[in-house]
Design a protein around this ligand. Structure first.
Ligand SMILES: Nc1ncnc2c1ncn2[C@@H]1O[C@H](COP(=O)(O)OP(=O)(O)O)[C@@H](O)[C@H]1O
Ligand SMILES: [Mg+2]
Length: 377
């Protein structure tokens, strides 16, 4: 992706920044996100913006995605202002288009949005942060606290319900059905080479529907979840080291709050790369789990129900299991969804997830004890 691929100047002028005379001085690809095309724009009036093209191959309902983001950021701004925070730094700010929309659709079919650039911040890639304390702050803990604050702040957004932009996205039972279909079809005759993984998955069939059933029965409430709650989607203030702003709101939708906790655990506690072939290096860091739990519950314990807190450790297991199922199903179906650069890469990805699940099962009581400890503090 380069800035030459699009006429960024023409796209930028569609937005109303409140500075009618400014023009683009430079626009460069920014950050290391893998989904959208992100540019940092600097203008003649020395203002900076984030101009982003939405990847509508992945987000097939861009209008609904943008509508969710608009409503969520508006609501967050009210909350942040009410508690004396800085609503231009603690959430994203969308600039409207000149015809008062929240996004711009180019004739080529691409969807664009313009955010303010949040200065003096940085993000951390997954694995980049060691869990150490820097400037008195620990980034794993800070990121978890930022996601918890985000969930708490969006919890009372007024109706209507947000759009479910990717239906059944985090639903393990749905992913299990997809896995079973891929197994039954076994189009590429790959099942014979992954019997251990298939067995591992089938042995956990009853777990797969548990959280969905609890949601359907009303035992746990539907909330608004971020659904991509990884450390690289939090901006940290460079001066204070605090996790100040949750970004990448494309997947924000109704669902399970505890899924976000699980996804944060999956990303932050992994000891090796997602496709590591040497399984002896793969596992789960209890140390990081403790920091993450501390950060998350410091902000979420009064807002989550008893039942949700009781199922945080289970949700962590289920998220890794769900992602593992998706990799396995895709391997069986011929690598249609997750791109691969080498043979069996999706099977390797599945193996790291399942090894992590197995590791979490071994540490399950310990995980629950950590959650109990922070629930009481
Ligand atoms: N408003 C912003 N201010 C400063 N940096 C930003 C802002 N929005 C995004 N970024 C940077 O751009 C990167 C990619 O943005 P993100 O929305 O996460 O895209 P992707 O969906 O591709 O991951 C982020 O990791 C962050 O470093
Ligand atoms: Mg991102």
């Amino acid at each position: 992706m380069t800035s030459q691929m699009y006429n960024l100047e023409a796209i930028f002028t569609k937005f109303d920044t409140g500075r009618p005379n400014e023009t683009i001085l430079s626009a460069n690809p920014f950050g290391s996100g893998h989904i959208n095309d992100t540019f940092r724009v600097c203008t003649s009036e020395n203002h900076f913006y984030i101009l982003q093209r939405i990847n509508h191959e992945i987000f097939t309902r861009p209008v609904e995605v943008m509508d969710n983001i608009f409503r969520v950021t508006q609501h967050l701004k009210q909350k942040i202002t009410a508690r004396g925070g800085d609503s231009t730094r603690e959430t994203l700010t969308l600039f409207p288009t000149k015809d008062e929309g929240a996004w711009f659709v180019h004739v080529d079919g691409n969807y664009w949005r313009l955010y303010n650039f949040i200065h003096n911040t940085r993000s951390y890639e997954i694995g980049e942060d060691s869990g150490e304390f820097k400037q008195g702050q620990c980034h794993v803990r800070e990121a978890a606290a930022a996601f918890a604050r985000f969930q708490r702040d969006v919890a009372d957004i007024p109706p209507p319900r947000l759009h479910e932009t990717i239906p059944r996205f985090g639903d393990t039972s749905f992913r299990f059905e997809q896995f079973e279909e891929a197994l039954k079809a076994d189009v590429f005759h790959r099942a014979k080479d992954c019997s251990a993984e298939i067995e591992f998955a089938l042995a956990r069939r009853s777990d797969a529907s548990k959280l969905t059933d609890m949601l359907t029965n009303g035992q746990i409430p539907e909330r608004i979840a971020h659904y991509d709650s990884k450390i690289n989607n939090v901006l940290f203030d460079i001066t204070t080291g605090r996790g100040i702003c949750v970004i990448d709101l494309d997947t924000v939708m109704p669902g399970l709050a505890i899924y976000d906790f699980g996804d944060a655990v999956r990303a932050a506690t992994a000891l090796a790369a997602e496709d590591e072939r040497d399984l002896s290096r793969v596992g789960f860091s209890m140390e990081k789990f403790k920091l993450l739990t501390e950060g998350y519950l410091s902000e979420a314990k009064n807002f989550l129900s008893v039942m949700e807190i009781d199922h945080l450790a289970f949700a962590a297991r289920m998220v890794s299991f769900t992602i593992g199922l998706r990799f396995l199903a895709d391997h069986l179906a011929g690598d249609k969804y997750f791109k691969t650069q080498r043979e069996n890469q999706n099977l390797d990805r599945c193996r790291t997830q399942f090894k992590t699940v197995a590791d979490m099962e071994v540490h399950y009581d310990e995980m629950k004890a950590v959650i109990e400890e922070w629930r009481k503090k």
